[in-house]
Design a protein around this ligand. Sequence first.
Ligand code: PLP
Length: 388
Amino acid sequence: MKEDGLTGADERDYLLAVYAQTPIEPVRGEGVMLHTRDGRVLLDLYAGHAVALLGYGHPRLLAALREQAESLFFQSNVVPLGVRARAGRRLVRFAPAGLDRAFLVNSGAEANENALRLALRHTGRRQVVAVEGAFHGRTAAAAAVSDKSAAWYSFPQAPFDVRFVPRADLDALAAALDSAPTAALILEPVQGMAGAVALGRDYLEGARALTRTRGALLIFDEVQCGMGRTGYPFAAQAYGVTPDIMTTAKGLAGGFPAGAVLVGEAIAARLRPGDLGSTFGGGPLACALIEAVITAIEEQDLLPRVRALSRRIRETCQVGPVAAIQGEGLLLGLRTTRPAQEVQAELLARGIVVGTSADPRIVRLLPPLVIEETHVESLAGALREIRA
Ligand code: PLP
């Protein structure tokens, strides 16, 4: 495309200054490498908040996008589409058994907004329980169940009653569920924004049992930890715990906006035309990419590789300023002895892009699932050079 003289730095003249940005301007991506305007080549271990699930320029994704764009660029849910049926089938077969129906949307927040709507409607109750440290998005309902959102919530009231519970405390969860008729417990099996905090199998199994006995629905927000990131299709399969509702987004279409809400037959059977809706949700380009992403994960046998590389990171990257490593699969938090932002800047100076989190001592890794052992070696080597 022809340059018109503007660079990323000119964003600030036209766009709201609401993001703290990393000081690089990628102009091209290839595999897991980003090429910047000033000629640097960076190893991307953050993937644009986990979205570039298969890295950059993946041939299957490019072919799917091109083919779909040339044949039918857009039609809404007002008409049925074969490509939507194919994406839906791939997705529900990738998801845990029992979550057999999908509603397609455009983002994580939109997925959670609809998941909460469904839970409140299905149960006729008005309280939702959420977990401390959670982040579920910035729309009215999703933000109401995001921890410490008061600082930026900006709506005069939440759309339902919300109660937060501490992590890892099933007694507190039971008490919260009993405090008022509860429509749902919403949680991230591995909390992303909190710094890759895995809630753990025991907690998830306990939460499953407690919600079931109280008639509350269990919602897994797998916007960040889903789509292969834990080394399993979804964290639900990694832990062997199936929720009543599951949401996903981010890497779902490998970089094209897409989100999904998955439910079982009991919830699906009570829905009628008009109950939910989204103009762009389930558009043909997003659907072609959802199909291509899941096909690529399976064809390239990426899930065992995610698990192996995760182990490798744990074995080799607890060096330099890294005191401990937490999380699952390729959603990892490096606990640092120094402020995470300093470590992030030093890694960037050595050509590696990583993220931070709500925890000032956690560097977050969300690399494309296609990273290789050599990339882990580069990370370990760079960390070794950084002062503890
Ligand atoms: N849920 C989780 C776990 C997330 O990490 C995020 C985004 O970071 C969201 C929901 C919101 O997703 P989106 O930004 O696509 O609305």
